[in-house]
Write a protein that binds this ligand. Structure first.
Ligand code: GCB
Length: 589
Protein backbone atom coordinates (compact mmCIF):
# COMPACT_ATOMS: atom_id res chain seq x y z
CA UNK A 1 0.00 0.00 0.00
CA UNK A 2 1.66 3.22 -1.12
CA UNK A 3 0.68 6.60 0.18
CA UNK A 4 -1.82 7.97 -2.29
CA UNK A 5 -1.48 11.63 -1.55
CA UNK A 6 1.88 13.26 -1.88
CA UNK A 7 2.41 16.24 0.35
CA UNK A 8 5.74 17.24 -1.04
CA UNK A 9 8.50 18.52 0.96
CA UNK A 10 7.09 19.90 4.18
CA UNK A 11 9.80 22.47 4.37
CA UNK A 12 8.30 24.15 1.33
CA UNK A 13 5.27 25.30 3.18
CA UNK A 14 6.03 28.74 4.47
CA UNK A 15 2.48 29.95 4.21
CA UNK A 16 0.48 29.12 7.30
CA UNK A 17 -2.88 30.55 6.12
CA UNK A 18 -4.07 27.59 4.15
CA UNK A 19 -2.00 24.94 5.82
CA UNK A 20 -1.19 24.22 9.39
CA UNK A 21 1.52 21.87 10.56
CA UNK A 22 1.72 20.42 14.04
CA UNK A 23 4.85 18.69 15.20
CA UNK A 24 4.58 15.24 16.72
CA UNK A 25 8.24 15.24 17.66
CA UNK A 26 9.33 14.53 21.19
CA UNK A 27 8.85 11.51 23.41
CA UNK A 28 6.83 8.58 22.11
CA UNK A 29 5.94 5.57 24.26
CA UNK A 30 7.56 2.44 22.89
CA UNK A 31 7.36 -1.32 23.19
CA UNK A 32 10.35 -3.35 22.05
CA UNK A 33 8.98 -6.44 20.36
CA UNK A 34 11.72 -8.75 19.03
CA UNK A 35 9.25 -11.60 18.34
CA UNK A 36 6.59 -9.33 16.83
CA UNK A 37 4.07 -10.76 19.23
CA UNK A 38 2.16 -7.50 19.03
CA UNK A 39 1.55 -8.28 15.38
CA UNK A 40 1.36 -12.08 15.00
CA UNK A 41 -0.43 -14.67 17.09
CA UNK A 42 1.20 -17.87 18.28
CA UNK A 43 0.48 -19.54 14.90
CA UNK A 44 2.37 -16.68 13.27
CA UNK A 45 -0.84 -15.34 11.72
CA UNK A 46 -1.57 -11.59 11.81
CA UNK A 47 -3.35 -10.91 15.06
CA UNK A 48 -6.66 -9.02 15.13
CA UNK A 49 -5.84 -7.63 18.54
CA UNK A 50 -2.27 -6.55 18.17
CA UNK A 51 -0.57 -3.73 20.03
CA UNK A 52 -1.95 -1.33 17.42
CA UNK A 53 -5.28 -1.51 19.31
CA UNK A 54 -3.64 0.31 22.21
CA UNK A 55 -6.06 -1.56 24.46
CA UNK A 56 -6.62 -1.23 28.19
CA UNK A 57 -8.17 -3.84 30.47
CA UNK A 58 -11.88 -3.06 30.85
CA UNK A 59 -12.22 -5.02 34.03
CA UNK A 60 -9.92 -6.47 36.62
CA UNK A 61 -10.22 -9.87 34.91
CA UNK A 62 -9.27 -8.70 31.43
CA UNK A 63 -6.00 -10.12 30.11
CA UNK A 64 -3.89 -7.62 28.20
CA UNK A 65 -0.17 -8.22 28.12
CA UNK A 66 1.09 -4.81 27.05
CA UNK A 67 0.59 -1.24 28.19
CA UNK A 68 1.97 1.72 26.27
CA UNK A 69 1.28 4.03 29.20
CA UNK A 70 3.66 2.13 31.43
CA UNK A 71 6.29 1.44 28.75
CA UNK A 72 9.49 3.38 28.13
CA UNK A 73 9.97 6.25 25.71
CA UNK A 74 12.17 7.12 22.75
CA UNK A 75 12.78 10.51 21.25
CA UNK A 76 11.49 11.29 17.77
CA UNK A 77 13.23 12.12 15.53
CA UNK A 78 16.05 9.80 16.41
CA UNK A 79 17.40 6.34 15.80
CA UNK A 80 16.79 3.91 18.65
CA UNK A 81 20.32 2.43 18.63
CA UNK A 82 21.99 5.47 20.12
CA UNK A 83 19.24 6.20 22.65
CA UNK A 84 19.74 3.12 24.78
CA UNK A 85 22.68 0.77 25.31
CA UNK A 86 20.30 -2.17 25.15
CA UNK A 87 19.21 -1.16 21.68
CA UNK A 88 22.65 -0.50 20.26
CA UNK A 89 22.73 -3.67 18.14
CA UNK A 90 18.97 -4.15 17.99
CA UNK A 91 17.45 -5.14 14.67
CA UNK A 92 13.75 -5.89 14.81
CA UNK A 93 10.44 -4.29 15.70
CA UNK A 94 9.68 -1.42 18.02
CA UNK A 95 6.14 -0.09 18.44
CA UNK A 96 5.86 3.67 18.82
CA UNK A 97 2.78 5.41 20.18
CA UNK A 98 1.87 9.06 20.31
CA UNK A 99 -1.37 10.28 21.87
CA UNK A 100 -2.71 13.62 20.69
CA UNK A 101 -5.78 15.84 20.52
CA UNK A 102 -6.59 17.61 17.30
CA UNK A 103 -9.38 19.96 16.35
CA UNK A 104 -9.52 19.98 12.61
CA UNK A 105 -10.86 23.21 11.10
CA UNK A 106 -13.93 22.90 8.85
CA UNK A 107 -13.34 22.09 5.16
CA UNK A 108 -9.85 20.86 5.72
CA UNK A 109 -8.03 17.58 5.34
CA UNK A 110 -5.49 16.13 7.70
CA UNK A 111 -2.41 14.05 6.94
CA UNK A 112 0.23 12.46 9.08
CA UNK A 113 3.68 12.93 7.59
CA UNK A 114 6.84 10.96 8.36
CA UNK A 115 10.21 12.30 7.21
CA UNK A 116 11.53 8.71 7.31
CA UNK A 117 11.17 5.46 9.20
CA UNK A 118 13.87 2.83 8.93
CA UNK A 119 13.02 0.41 7.48
CA UNK A 120 9.43 -0.81 7.31
CA UNK A 121 6.55 1.07 8.90
CA UNK A 122 2.98 -0.08 9.61
CA UNK A 123 0.89 2.87 10.71
CA UNK A 124 -2.36 2.83 12.72
CA UNK A 125 -4.68 5.52 13.98
CA UNK A 126 -7.20 4.74 16.69
CA UNK A 127 -6.83 1.03 16.11
CA UNK A 128 -7.23 1.16 12.30
CA UNK A 129 -4.44 0.53 9.86
CA UNK A 130 -3.86 3.64 7.74
CA UNK A 131 -0.93 2.46 5.67
CA UNK A 132 2.49 0.97 5.42
CA UNK A 133 5.76 2.10 3.92
CA UNK A 134 8.94 0.36 2.87
CA UNK A 135 12.29 2.11 2.57
CA UNK A 136 14.19 3.86 5.31
CA UNK A 137 15.17 7.20 3.81
CA UNK A 138 12.24 8.85 2.07
CA UNK A 139 9.14 10.65 3.33
CA UNK A 140 5.59 9.30 3.26
CA UNK A 141 2.22 10.35 4.54
CA UNK A 142 -1.32 9.12 5.02
CA UNK A 143 -4.62 10.95 5.07
CA UNK A 144 -6.43 10.76 8.42
CA UNK A 145 -9.23 13.26 7.82
CA UNK A 146 -11.98 10.76 8.54
CA UNK A 147 -10.33 8.94 11.42
CA UNK A 148 -8.99 11.77 13.52
CA UNK A 149 -10.92 12.73 16.67
CA UNK A 150 -10.95 15.95 18.63
CA UNK A 151 -9.45 14.24 21.64
CA UNK A 152 -7.62 11.07 22.59
CA UNK A 153 -6.07 9.95 19.30
CA UNK A 154 -3.66 7.06 19.40
CA UNK A 155 -1.13 7.04 16.57
CA UNK A 156 0.88 3.84 16.47
CA UNK A 157 3.77 2.94 14.22
CA UNK A 158 5.37 -0.46 14.09
CA UNK A 159 8.90 0.16 12.84
CA UNK A 160 10.93 -2.85 11.78
CA UNK A 161 14.58 -2.55 10.76
CA UNK A 162 15.26 -6.26 10.23
CA UNK A 163 17.53 -6.63 7.24
CA UNK A 164 16.19 -8.77 4.40
CA UNK A 165 17.90 -10.37 1.44
CA UNK A 166 15.25 -8.99 -0.94
CA UNK A 167 15.21 -5.46 0.48
CA UNK A 168 16.88 -2.24 -0.64
CA UNK A 169 19.47 -2.09 0.80
CA UNK A 170 20.01 -5.79 1.20
CA UNK A 171 21.66 -7.73 4.06
CA UNK A 172 25.20 -6.44 3.64
CA UNK A 173 26.09 -2.77 3.88
CA UNK A 174 29.01 -0.84 5.29
CA UNK A 175 26.91 1.45 7.48
CA UNK A 176 24.94 1.12 10.69
CA UNK A 177 21.37 -0.04 10.40
CA UNK A 178 19.97 2.74 12.56
CA UNK A 179 16.30 1.88 13.19
CA UNK A 180 13.34 3.99 14.18
CA UNK A 181 11.43 7.14 13.39
CA UNK A 182 14.63 8.83 12.35
CA UNK A 183 13.16 12.06 10.96
CA UNK A 184 10.41 14.52 11.93
CA UNK A 185 6.76 13.49 12.21
CA UNK A 186 4.02 16.06 11.64
CA UNK A 187 0.33 16.56 11.18
CA UNK A 188 -0.43 18.63 8.14
CA UNK A 189 -3.81 20.26 7.68
CA UNK A 190 -4.60 21.37 4.15
CA UNK A 191 -7.56 22.98 2.43
CA UNK A 192 -10.02 20.47 0.94
CA UNK A 193 -8.36 20.98 -2.45
CA UNK A 194 -4.67 21.71 -2.12
CA UNK A 195 -1.50 22.10 -4.13
CA UNK A 196 -0.31 18.55 -4.11
CA UNK A 197 2.94 18.89 -6.01
CA UNK A 198 4.83 21.07 -8.48
CA UNK A 199 7.92 20.98 -10.62
CA UNK A 200 9.40 24.39 -11.37
CA UNK A 201 12.83 24.29 -12.97
CA UNK A 202 14.61 25.55 -16.07
CA UNK A 203 13.93 23.41 -19.07
CA UNK A 204 16.83 21.16 -20.01
CA UNK A 205 19.32 23.08 -22.12
CA UNK A 206 17.74 26.47 -21.46
CA UNK A 207 18.78 29.31 -19.20
CA UNK A 208 15.65 31.38 -19.39
CA UNK A 209 12.74 29.07 -19.98
CA UNK A 210 10.96 27.77 -16.89
CA UNK A 211 8.83 24.74 -17.45
CA UNK A 212 7.15 22.14 -15.34
CA UNK A 213 3.75 21.49 -13.84
CA UNK A 214 1.45 21.99 -10.88
CA UNK A 215 -0.98 19.39 -9.53
CA UNK A 216 -3.96 19.88 -7.27
CA UNK A 217 -5.67 17.24 -5.18
CA UNK A 218 -9.27 17.45 -4.02
CA UNK A 219 -12.73 17.95 -5.42
CA UNK A 220 -12.19 21.31 -7.07
CA UNK A 221 -9.63 20.14 -9.57
CA UNK A 222 -10.13 22.70 -12.25
CA UNK A 223 -8.84 26.03 -10.97
CA UNK A 224 -6.90 29.06 -12.02
CA UNK A 225 -3.40 28.89 -10.61
CA UNK A 226 -0.80 31.63 -10.64
CA UNK A 227 2.94 31.13 -10.40
CA UNK A 228 4.64 34.23 -9.09
CA UNK A 229 8.31 35.11 -8.80
CA UNK A 230 8.00 38.71 -7.56
CA UNK A 231 11.70 39.53 -7.66
CA UNK A 232 11.85 38.59 -11.34
CA UNK A 233 8.56 40.34 -12.13
CA UNK A 234 6.87 37.06 -13.02
CA UNK A 235 3.18 36.40 -12.53
CA UNK A 236 1.81 33.75 -14.88
CA UNK A 237 -1.57 32.11 -14.74
CA UNK A 238 -2.62 28.66 -15.90
CA UNK A 239 -5.71 26.53 -15.56
CA UNK A 240 -5.63 23.03 -14.15
CA UNK A 241 -7.52 20.36 -16.08
CA UNK A 242 -10.08 17.84 -14.80
CA UNK A 243 -7.33 15.77 -13.28
CA UNK A 244 -5.98 18.79 -11.36
CA UNK A 245 -2.84 19.24 -13.50
CA UNK A 246 -1.51 22.21 -15.40
CA UNK A 247 1.65 22.45 -17.43
CA UNK A 248 3.60 25.62 -16.80
CA UNK A 249 5.93 27.25 -19.24
CA UNK A 250 7.28 30.80 -19.42
CA UNK A 251 10.45 32.71 -20.09
CA UNK A 252 12.12 34.72 -17.37
CA UNK A 253 15.25 36.76 -16.95
CA UNK A 254 16.76 35.07 -13.90
CA UNK A 255 20.03 35.27 -12.02
CA UNK A 256 21.28 31.74 -12.26
CA UNK A 257 22.15 29.64 -9.21
CA UNK A 258 25.79 28.65 -8.88
CA UNK A 259 28.22 27.83 -6.05
CA UNK A 260 29.55 31.41 -6.19
CA UNK A 261 26.09 32.91 -6.21
CA UNK A 262 23.50 30.48 -4.85
CA UNK A 263 20.60 32.71 -5.76
CA UNK A 264 17.21 31.45 -4.62
CA UNK A 265 13.95 33.16 -5.59
CA UNK A 266 10.77 33.27 -3.55
CA UNK A 267 8.23 31.43 -5.66
CA UNK A 268 4.52 31.40 -4.88
CA UNK A 269 2.03 28.94 -6.30
CA UNK A 270 -1.40 30.36 -5.77
CA UNK A 271 -4.49 28.33 -6.46
CA UNK A 272 -8.02 29.47 -5.64
CA UNK A 273 -8.12 27.19 -2.62
CA UNK A 274 -4.49 26.92 -1.50
CA UNK A 275 -1.15 28.68 -1.63
CA UNK A 276 2.36 27.33 -1.33
CA UNK A 277 5.61 29.24 -1.15
CA UNK A 278 9.03 27.89 -1.81
CA UNK A 279 12.54 29.14 -2.46
CA UNK A 280 13.81 27.90 -5.77
CA UNK A 281 17.08 28.34 -7.62
CA UNK A 282 17.42 28.14 -11.39
CA UNK A 283 20.45 26.77 -13.20
CA UNK A 284 21.25 24.50 -16.08
CA UNK A 285 23.32 21.36 -15.82
CA UNK A 286 24.49 19.42 -18.87
CA UNK A 287 27.40 17.47 -20.22
CA UNK A 288 29.26 18.00 -23.47
CA UNK A 289 31.86 15.42 -24.39
CA UNK A 290 33.83 14.88 -21.20
CA UNK A 291 32.79 18.22 -19.68
CA UNK A 292 30.15 18.99 -17.09
CA UNK A 293 28.57 22.36 -17.82
CA UNK A 294 26.90 24.42 -15.13
CA UNK A 295 25.01 27.31 -16.70
CA UNK A 296 26.85 26.57 -19.94
CA UNK A 297 30.36 26.71 -18.45
CA UNK A 298 32.70 23.83 -17.61
CA UNK A 299 32.92 23.05 -13.93
CA UNK A 300 34.95 20.63 -11.84
CA UNK A 301 33.04 18.99 -8.99
CA UNK A 302 35.28 19.51 -5.97
CA UNK A 303 33.46 17.13 -3.71
CA UNK A 304 33.42 14.90 -0.71
CA UNK A 305 31.19 11.98 0.28
CA UNK A 306 28.97 12.28 3.35
CA UNK A 307 27.04 9.63 5.32
CA UNK A 308 24.00 10.70 7.31
CA UNK A 309 25.96 10.26 10.55
CA UNK A 310 25.40 12.98 13.13
CA UNK A 311 28.51 15.06 13.65
CA UNK A 312 29.94 14.97 17.18
CA UNK A 313 27.12 13.05 18.88
CA UNK A 314 26.86 10.04 16.49
CA UNK A 315 23.66 8.35 15.39
CA UNK A 316 21.50 9.29 12.42
CA UNK A 317 21.70 12.95 11.52
CA UNK A 318 18.32 14.63 11.08
CA UNK A 319 18.51 18.32 11.90
CA UNK A 320 19.39 21.60 10.27
CA UNK A 321 22.23 21.99 12.80
CA UNK A 322 23.69 18.62 11.74
CA UNK A 323 23.49 19.72 8.12
CA UNK A 324 25.16 23.06 8.83
CA UNK A 325 28.08 21.37 10.60
CA UNK A 326 28.63 18.79 7.86
CA UNK A 327 28.30 21.24 5.00
CA UNK A 328 30.39 23.79 6.89
CA UNK A 329 33.22 21.25 7.00
CA UNK A 330 32.74 20.47 3.32
CA UNK A 331 33.05 24.20 2.55
CA UNK A 332 36.16 24.44 4.68
CA UNK A 333 37.64 21.61 2.63
CA UNK A 334 37.03 23.74 -0.44
CA UNK A 335 34.13 21.69 -1.77
CA UNK A 336 31.49 22.91 -4.19
CA UNK A 337 29.91 19.44 -4.33
CA UNK A 338 28.86 16.64 -1.97
CA UNK A 339 27.93 13.07 -2.65
CA UNK A 340 25.20 12.18 -0.17
CA UNK A 341 25.88 8.46 0.23
CA UNK A 342 24.30 5.85 0.07
CA UNK A 343 20.61 6.75 0.38
CA UNK A 344 18.52 9.93 0.33
CA UNK A 345 19.54 12.14 3.27
CA UNK A 346 17.18 14.32 5.28
CA UNK A 347 15.70 17.33 3.57
CA UNK A 348 17.58 19.89 5.68
CA UNK A 349 20.93 19.04 4.17
CA UNK A 350 19.61 19.40 0.63
CA UNK A 351 17.92 22.71 1.52
CA UNK A 352 21.09 24.01 3.17
CA UNK A 353 23.18 22.93 0.18
CA UNK A 354 20.79 25.00 -1.94
CA UNK A 355 21.46 28.02 0.29
CA UNK A 356 25.20 27.49 0.61
CA UNK A 357 25.88 26.83 -3.07
CA UNK A 358 26.97 23.22 -2.80
CA UNK A 359 26.03 20.89 -5.63
CA UNK A 360 24.57 17.56 -4.58
CA UNK A 361 24.74 13.97 -5.84
CA UNK A 362 21.80 12.11 -4.32
CA UNK A 363 21.38 8.33 -4.48
CA UNK A 364 19.20 5.38 -3.53
CA UNK A 365 20.47 2.39 -1.52
CA UNK A 366 20.83 0.06 -4.50
CA UNK A 367 24.10 -1.04 -2.97
CA UNK A 368 26.31 -4.07 -3.66
CA UNK A 369 24.30 -7.25 -4.20
CA UNK A 370 20.61 -6.50 -4.48
CA UNK A 371 18.34 -9.30 -5.76
CA UNK A 372 18.42 -8.20 -9.39
CA UNK A 373 15.93 -10.77 -10.63
CA UNK A 374 13.26 -10.19 -8.03
CA UNK A 375 10.41 -7.99 -9.36
CA UNK A 376 9.45 -6.84 -5.84
CA UNK A 377 13.02 -5.67 -5.20
CA UNK A 378 12.88 -3.68 -8.41
CA UNK A 379 9.53 -2.12 -7.47
CA UNK A 380 10.92 -1.18 -4.10
CA UNK A 381 14.04 0.44 -5.60
CA UNK A 382 11.90 2.23 -8.15
CA UNK A 383 9.63 3.54 -5.44
CA UNK A 384 12.54 4.83 -3.38
CA UNK A 385 13.87 6.54 -6.50
CA UNK A 386 10.46 8.10 -7.13
CA UNK A 387 10.20 9.35 -3.56
CA UNK A 388 13.72 10.80 -3.62
CA UNK A 389 13.02 12.70 -6.84
CA UNK A 390 9.57 13.80 -5.71
CA UNK A 391 10.98 15.41 -2.58
CA UNK A 392 14.02 17.17 -4.04
CA UNK A 393 13.22 17.86 -7.67
CA UNK A 394 12.94 21.61 -7.13
CA UNK A 395 16.35 21.97 -5.49
CA UNK A 396 18.88 23.63 -7.76
CA UNK A 397 21.69 22.13 -5.67
CA UNK A 398 20.81 18.62 -6.79
CA UNK A 399 22.64 18.09 -10.07
CA UNK A 400 23.02 14.29 -10.12
CA UNK A 401 20.66 11.42 -9.35
CA UNK A 402 22.55 8.19 -8.86
CA UNK A 403 20.92 4.78 -9.11
CA UNK A 404 23.52 2.37 -7.76
CA UNK A 405 26.76 1.81 -5.90
CA UNK A 406 29.33 -0.87 -6.80
CA UNK A 407 26.92 -3.35 -8.23
CA UNK A 408 28.24 -6.54 -9.86
CA UNK A 409 28.22 -6.91 -13.67
CA UNK A 410 25.49 -9.07 -15.19
CA UNK A 411 22.48 -8.95 -17.48
CA UNK A 412 19.84 -8.84 -14.76
CA UNK A 413 21.65 -6.00 -12.99
CA UNK A 414 22.02 -4.07 -16.24
CA UNK A 415 18.37 -4.30 -17.11
CA UNK A 416 17.36 -3.42 -13.51
CA UNK A 417 19.52 -0.30 -13.56
CA UNK A 418 18.59 0.70 -17.12
CA UNK A 419 14.96 0.62 -16.08
CA UNK A 420 15.68 2.75 -13.03
CA UNK A 421 17.54 5.27 -15.16
CA UNK A 422 14.74 5.61 -17.68
CA UNK A 423 12.24 5.92 -14.86
CA UNK A 424 14.27 8.74 -13.28
CA UNK A 425 14.53 10.49 -16.63
CA UNK A 426 10.78 10.24 -17.11
CA UNK A 427 10.24 11.97 -13.74
CA UNK A 428 12.97 14.56 -14.20
CA UNK A 429 14.57 15.21 -17.54
CA UNK A 430 16.72 18.07 -16.27
CA UNK A 431 19.37 16.38 -14.13
CA UNK A 432 22.33 14.17 -14.83
CA UNK A 433 22.23 10.44 -14.16
CA UNK A 434 25.13 8.59 -12.61
CA UNK A 435 26.14 5.49 -10.63
CA UNK A 436 29.32 4.27 -8.97
CA UNK A 437 30.28 1.61 -11.51
CA UNK A 438 32.61 -1.32 -11.83
CA UNK A 439 36.00 -1.00 -13.55
CA UNK A 440 38.87 -3.40 -13.98
CA UNK A 441 42.54 -3.80 -14.80
CA UNK A 442 43.36 -4.66 -18.41
CA UNK A 443 47.01 -5.06 -17.38
CA UNK A 444 48.99 -4.38 -14.19
CA UNK A 445 48.93 -0.62 -14.68
CA UNK A 446 45.81 0.16 -16.70
CA UNK A 447 42.41 0.78 -15.17
CA UNK A 448 39.64 0.53 -17.72
CA UNK A 449 36.17 1.98 -17.38
CA UNK A 450 34.01 -0.15 -19.61
CA UNK A 451 31.10 -1.19 -17.39
CA UNK A 452 28.18 -1.52 -19.87
CA UNK A 453 26.13 0.68 -17.54
CA UNK A 454 28.29 3.61 -18.67
CA UNK A 455 26.35 3.76 -21.91
CA UNK A 456 23.19 4.83 -20.07
CA UNK A 457 24.74 7.39 -17.72
CA UNK A 458 25.55 11.07 -18.25
CA UNK A 459 28.35 11.09 -15.70
CA UNK A 460 30.55 8.06 -15.01
CA UNK A 461 31.07 7.36 -11.33
CA UNK A 462 33.92 5.19 -10.09
CA UNK A 463 35.01 4.06 -6.63
CA UNK A 464 38.62 2.97 -6.31
CA UNK A 465 40.78 2.14 -3.32
CA UNK A 466 44.26 2.14 -4.82
CA UNK A 467 46.58 2.34 -1.83
CA UNK A 468 44.15 0.76 0.61
CA UNK A 469 42.38 -2.41 -0.60
CA UNK A 470 44.38 -2.32 -3.79
CA UNK A 471 48.13 -2.20 -3.16
CA UNK A 472 50.08 0.43 -1.29
CA UNK A 473 49.77 4.19 -1.85
CA UNK A 474 52.64 4.47 -4.32
CA UNK A 475 50.86 2.04 -6.66
CA UNK A 476 48.78 5.01 -7.78
CA UNK A 477 51.84 6.60 -9.42
CA UNK A 478 52.02 3.83 -12.00
CA UNK A 479 48.38 3.71 -12.99
CA UNK A 480 46.81 4.97 -16.14
CA UNK A 481 43.05 5.40 -16.51
CA UNK A 482 41.16 4.74 -19.72
CA UNK A 483 37.51 4.95 -20.53
CA UNK A 484 35.42 3.41 -23.25
CA UNK A 485 33.07 6.35 -23.05
CA UNK A 486 33.45 9.96 -24.13
CA UNK A 487 31.85 11.15 -20.88
CA UNK A 488 32.94 12.99 -17.73
CA UNK A 489 34.22 10.90 -14.83
CA UNK A 490 33.65 11.66 -11.17
CA UNK A 491 35.89 9.62 -8.88
CA UNK A 492 33.09 8.96 -6.48
CA UNK A 493 35.23 7.28 -3.76
CA UNK A 494 38.86 6.84 -2.79
CA UNK A 495 40.66 6.89 0.54
CA UNK A 496 41.80 4.80 3.47
CA UNK A 497 41.35 4.52 7.23
CA UNK A 498 43.17 6.54 9.87
CA UNK A 499 42.42 6.88 13.55
CA UNK A 500 42.71 10.53 14.50
CA UNK A 501 45.74 11.07 16.72
CA UNK A 502 47.30 7.72 15.77
CA UNK A 503 50.73 8.43 14.32
CA UNK A 504 53.47 6.46 12.62
CA UNK A 505 55.40 6.30 9.39
CA UNK A 506 53.57 6.59 6.04
CA UNK A 507 53.43 2.85 5.54
CA UNK A 508 51.84 2.00 8.88
CA UNK A 509 48.15 1.26 8.45
CA UNK A 510 45.59 3.21 10.46
CA UNK A 511 47.91 6.18 11.02
CA UNK A 512 47.18 9.70 9.89
CA UNK A 513 50.50 9.60 8.03
CA UNK A 514 49.43 6.57 5.97
CA UNK A 515 46.19 8.27 5.02
CA UNK A 516 48.00 11.51 4.20
CA UNK A 517 50.50 9.65 2.02
CA UNK A 518 47.68 7.79 0.29
CA UNK A 519 45.94 11.05 -0.58
CA UNK A 520 49.15 12.54 -1.95
CA UNK A 521 49.69 9.61 -4.31
CA UNK A 522 46.00 9.53 -5.21
CA UNK A 523 45.98 13.18 -6.21
CA UNK A 524 49.07 12.70 -8.39
CA UNK A 525 47.19 9.96 -10.19
CA UNK A 526 43.88 11.80 -10.40
CA UNK A 527 45.47 14.93 -11.87
CA UNK A 528 46.60 12.85 -14.85
CA UNK A 529 43.16 11.54 -15.83
CA UNK A 530 42.16 13.65 -18.83
CA UNK A 531 38.41 13.03 -18.55
CA UNK A 532 38.18 13.51 -14.76
CA UNK A 533 35.60 16.20 -13.89
CA UNK A 534 35.06 15.60 -10.22
CA UNK A 535 36.37 13.98 -7.06
CA UNK A 536 34.53 12.84 -3.95
CA UNK A 537 36.92 11.26 -1.45
CA UNK A 538 35.53 8.70 0.98
CA UNK A 539 34.59 10.28 3.37
CA UNK A 540 34.07 13.59 5.20
CA UNK A 541 33.61 12.13 8.69
CA UNK A 542 34.10 8.71 10.32
CA UNK A 543 30.84 6.77 10.45
CA UNK A 544 29.55 3.72 12.31
CA UNK A 545 29.71 0.35 10.60
CA UNK A 546 29.10 -3.14 11.99
CA UNK A 547 31.72 -4.44 9.56
CA UNK A 548 34.54 -2.62 11.33
CA UNK A 549 35.29 -4.28 14.68
CA UNK A 550 39.08 -3.80 15.04
CA UNK A 551 39.53 -2.99 18.74
CA UNK A 552 41.26 0.24 19.66
CA UNK A 553 41.21 1.43 16.06
CA UNK A 554 37.82 0.97 14.50
CA UNK A 555 35.55 -0.05 17.40
CA UNK A 556 32.70 -0.26 14.87
CA UNK A 557 33.62 2.93 13.07
CA UNK A 558 34.74 3.15 9.48
CA UNK A 559 37.75 5.42 9.95
CA UNK A 560 38.09 6.71 6.41
CA UNK A 561 36.87 10.13 7.49
CA UNK A 562 38.98 13.18 6.74
CA UNK A 563 37.49 14.30 10.05
CA UNK A 564 36.99 12.07 13.10
CA UNK A 565 33.57 11.47 14.62
CA UNK A 566 34.57 14.00 17.29
CA UNK A 567 35.19 16.69 14.69
CA UNK A 568 39.02 16.53 14.63
CA UNK A 569 40.63 17.07 11.24
CA UNK A 570 43.14 14.47 10.15
CA UNK A 571 46.26 15.27 8.14
CA UNK A 572 44.67 14.09 4.88
CA UNK A 573 42.01 16.79 5.23
CA UNK A 574 44.67 19.40 4.56
CA UNK A 575 46.06 17.52 1.54
CA UNK A 576 42.63 17.54 -0.04
CA UNK A 577 42.05 21.14 0.96
CA UNK A 578 45.30 22.17 -0.70
CA UNK A 579 44.28 20.37 -3.89
CA UNK A 580 40.94 22.15 -3.97
CA UNK A 581 42.65 25.50 -3.42
CA UNK A 582 44.39 25.03 -6.76
CA UNK A 583 41.09 25.50 -8.56
CA UNK A 584 39.77 28.91 -9.46
CA UNK A 585 36.46 30.22 -8.21
CA UNK A 586 34.51 28.52 -10.96
CA UNK A 587 36.01 25.21 -10.03
CA UNK A 588 38.25 24.89 -13.06
CA UNK A 589 42.00 24.48 -12.87
C1 GCB B 1 33.09 1.25 -0.78
C2 GCB B 1 31.67 1.49 -0.50
C3 GCB B 1 31.48 2.25 0.79
C4 GCB B 1 32.40 1.68 1.86
C5 GCB B 1 33.82 1.89 1.41
C6 GCB B 1 34.83 1.32 2.40
O1 GCB B 1 33.48 0.99 -1.87
O2 GCB B 1 31.00 2.12 -1.55
O3 GCB B 1 30.13 2.15 1.17
O4 GCB B 1 32.16 2.24 3.10
O5 GCB B 1 34.01 1.27 0.19
O6 GCB B 1 35.19 1.99 3.34
O7 GCB B 1 35.26 0.19 2.20
Amino acid sequence: MRSIILLLSLLAIANPDGRKTTSLDGKWQVIVDPYESGFYDYRYKPSANGYFKDAKPKSKSDLIEYDFDRSGTLKVPGDWNTQSDQLFFYEGTIWYRKSFDYERRPNTRLFVYFGAANYFADVYLNGEKIGQHEGGFTPFNFEITKLVRDTGNSLIVKVDNKRRRDAVPTLMTDWWNYGGLTRHVKLVETPATFVHDYFIQLQKGSRNRVSGWVKLDGDKRSQKITVRIPEAGISKSFTTDDSGSAAIDFTADLKLWSPENPKLYDVAIEAETDQVRDQIGFRSIETKGTDILLNGRPIFLRGVCIHEEAPLRGGRAYSREDALTLLGWAKELGANFVRLAHYPHNEFIVREADRMGIMVWSEIPVYWTILWENPATFENARNQLTEMIERDKNRAAVVIWSVANETPLGDARLSFLKNLISHARSLDSTRLMSAAMERHYTDATTQMIDDPLGEYLDVLGCNEYVGWYDGLPEKADRLEWKSKYEKPLVMSEFGGDALYGHHGDPLTRWTEEYQENLYQHQLNMLKKIPFLRGTAPWILMDFRSPRRPLPGIQDYWNRKGLISNRGEKKKAFYVMQQYYREFNAEGVR
